[in-house]
Design a protein around this ligand. Sequence first.
Ligand code: ADP
Ligand SMILES: N[C@@H](CCOP(=O)(O)O)C(=O)O
Length: 326
Amino acid sequence: MAVYTEVSDEALRAFLAEYEIGGLLAFRGIAEGVENSNYALRTERGDFVLTLYERRVDPAELPYFLGLMDHLARRGLACPTPVPGRDGVALRELAGRPAAICTFLEGVWPRRVRPEHLAPLGEALARLHAASADFAGSRPNALGPSGWAPLLEACRARGEEVQPGLMAQLEAQLAAILAAWPRPGALPAGQIHADLFPDNVFFLPDAAGRPQVSGVIDFYFACTDLLAYDIAVCLNAWCFEPDGGFNLTKARALMGAYQTVRPLAAAEAAALPVLCRGAAIRFLLTRLYDWTHTPADALVTRKDPLEYLRKLRFFAQVESPGAIGA
Ligand SMILES: Nc1ncnc2c1ncn2[C@@H]1O[C@H](COP(=O)(O)OP(=O)(O)O)[C@@H](O)[C@H]1O
Ligand SMILES: N[C@@H](CCOP(=O)(O)O)C(=O)O
């Protein structure tokens, strides 16, 4: 479920009169997603997505997110392009919420990740990094290393209910990760997606039936951080099998295709194991926070934090970058 704010037919028609995208033909709420309210719109000029930004998004950060999507789309990356109103402004207000319309992207995200998805993913990620190199905006990563200890504290009261001994394990893991984390300036940084999970990447088959990336969505965790950290997020989110095993073939396909566009510096490859541990604890902690702070009967589906404890343990015993495809 991700329609928190209902929009009436009349309010939507009045809102669309501020744009030059033709009259409304149809609209429906999009059930997928967790953060914001999304509607699919069909107008006389085509298909669009209307997003109403909900309380977890800081309105002051929306110009960064929309500006980054606009920048990337202008450089040829298949990502939602914010559509401005007649006055040139893309970020508006509807039903008491900040709201924006973006272009609709065709394709479907992979419910089951296959090895063939990883090379197109790696290339798209590297192109995202390359295309954002001259983006003027910046946004600190609120869910980066400095945010992990406070998150752990916020989970402490109820974390043990999820698994006895969990908090002590996390404290030890976090201390080791922070001690080994790259020093500021040691690795290339730039704009990163920071949440490039399978449900944020759409694919369509090419003429030979091979999957190609048709769209990258959901830039609402994007921030300015280490580029290789984005790869670490993908290794976590795309390269484990349902039985928990790490798939080195997938990792190599991801890394190989990434490097056809943006070769990794030696220091980035060397840092990848700790970056993967960091990415694992980041998603573990946000999932644990949501698990312990969301009522069990809430409409939002809570994601399993322990999936990321298993991934964290895997990356903690990796001895060389080669073991994870670098
Ligand atoms: N530009 C777009 N084109 C097509 N579908 C989109 C687009 N943006 C969002 N969606 C649809 O909306 C769903 C939720 O979007 P997402 O940005 O992931 O929401 P949330 O940030 O609330 O999790 C996606 O799974 C997709 O189905
Ligand atoms: N990818 C995160 C949750 C963020 O959800 P999204 O729908 O905004 O991508 C996770 O799996 O923990």
